[in-house]
Design a protein. Structure first.
Length: 440
């Protein structure tokens, strides 16, 4: 057992109302092993109530610091770290000119391994302790990332990128030895082998990963849907309704489906633990399909602003009632920092406000990147919060990290003012330490 004394931020259970932050100025967080030997939160609350209850337990006192749940990034591309900041006219030229050429490099195992090492270190430096991430269409890229995440005991979900058409030939899923499986069949065999090798190993999870409908044949989407039915607790991740040209292309390729989103449903790819990035250009039938299937949206504001894709419609999502959380979408997204992503989401919400009378509160922004994202991933009560029983992934924030942050946060007269100051001014300098739950 170990205890920390600091200011502590966490969230009320969702059943007590959405996105309600709890804060103890002088708090205690007690960490200890659960029945499986994994470090989880044993108690959280005010120092004055809990401080005397655990004699003999070592207490680390962190005056002036804030302990908060580790951030959950619902959608990121580990092979796109180098693609950040590559300007293009829009999604499709960006994929063609920057993203696909970079992803080709991951056919070399050494390239994948060094990229995985950098990527995990960068997530942790920014306070991200859980991530659902794309890899490339090369099996080695998946193995490299799982291997690195396991070394850190990090909760990470990834999978082989399925793409068997409409991309450069050497980025398409490759056939096996001549005369055996073609690229499509091989991609599905490899997906199943990777599920069996990695899913549920420690804190690792597998995601069936059709890149997006335009780069997958009917046969590949059907095969992915079959796997999703046979392995109900693996995740599914893809992209949808991000960009007008992309949508027109998807509609041309799958005219029989009611909408771009419905294409995924038609192939059995919408259920709980299905995470769709972007979800910008939806109608209410799409929103109802998200709600009724239990799928969730990974909102990626810095990517949507950078690529000029559009603005996620928060009011529409809340009116119909489907689940969502925040994501960096590096390298379409411009930053690994959850603070930059939360600020981007605020800008997107402001755009909505002018049309719909909506503004996102700082508590709601923070929730979307922690407890809300965990809930959308089907990991409520596991990560993204510091309620008793949650895995002990947390960050130690230093609000005095820069002169401006110190000056601004010292004037905060309420929790909302404090959180909003951190969201607007924060970045990796704010994250003094990232603690990952270990197992013994
Ligand atoms: N749609 C298909 N692939 C991608 C990708 O790599 N990034 C983004 N933002 N959208 C996509
Ligand atoms: Zn993406």
């Amino acid at each position: 057992m170990k205890a920390y004394r600091a200011s502590i931020l966490w969230f009320a259970p969702h059943s007590e109302g959405p996105a309600r932050a709890l804060f103890e100025e002088d708090g205690l967080l007690l960490i200890g092993p659960n029945a499986q030997g994994r470090q989880v939160v044993q108690a959280v609350g005010a120092w004055r109530d809990l401080g005397g209850q655990y004699p003999g337990v070592t207490v680390e006192h962190l005056p002036g610091r804030i302990i908060a749940p580790g951030f959950v990034d619902m959608h990121i591309h580990y092979p796109q770290t180098h693609v950040i900041g590559s300007p293009a006219d829009g999604l499709l030229p960006w994929l063609e000119h920057y993203t696909f050429p970079e992803e080709k490099r991951f056919s070399a195992p050494e390239y994948s391994a060094q990229a995985a090492t950098f990527f995990i270190a960068e997530l942790l430096r920014n306070g991200v302790t859980t991530a659902l991430t794309f890899a490339t269409s090369h099996t080695e890229s998946v193995n490299a990332l799982f291997t690195e995440a396991r070394a850190h005991s990090m909760r990470l979900i990834t999978g082989l990128c399925l793409m068997d058409r409409h991309a450069p030939t050497d980025l398409l899923n490759q056939p096996s030895a001549p005369g055996r499986a073609d690229g499509t069949e091989q991609s599905l065999l490899e997906t199943e082998a990777l599920i069996q090798r990695w899913h549920g190993q420690g804190r690792l999870g597998y995601a069936i990963t059709p890149r997006f409908a335009p780069t997958c044949t009917d046969a590949q989407l059907r095969g992915a849907g079959d796997l999703a039915a046979r392995y109900p607790d693996v995740w599914i991740q893809s992209h949808v309704a991000e960009n007008k040209d992309e949508i027109a292309w998807a509609r041309e390729l799958f005219p029989q489906s009611r909408s771009y989103l419905a294409t995924y449903d038609d192939f059995g790819l919408m259920r709980q633990r299905s995470i769709y990035a972007h979800c910008i250009h939806f109608d209410d039938d799409d929103r109802a399909l998200m709600r009724d299937t239990g799928a969730a949206a990974a909102i990626s504001p810095t990517s949507n602003l950078f690529l000029g894709s559009g603005f996620f419609d928060y009011a529409g999502a809340d009116r119909v009632g489907f689940q969502y959380g925040l994501a960096s979408d590096v390298g379409g997204g411009t930053s690994f920092s959850p603070f930059h992503t939360m600020l981007g989401a605020y800008y997107v919400g402001r755009e909505g406000q002018t049309k719909q009378g909506l503004s996102l509160s700082p508590q709601h922004l923070w929730w979307q990147h922690t407890a809300g994202a965990a809930r959308a991933l089907g990991l409520e009560g596991v990560v993204g919060n510091l309620l008793p029983g949650c895995e002990a992934d947390f960050v130690v924030l230093n609000p005095q990290a820069t002169p401006l942050m110190a000056r601004k946060t010292s004037r905060a007269a309420s929790l909302d003012e404090l959180l909003f100051s951190l969201i607007v001014l924060g970045d990796d300098r704010l994250v003094e330490r990232t603690v990952i739950s270990q197992a013994f």
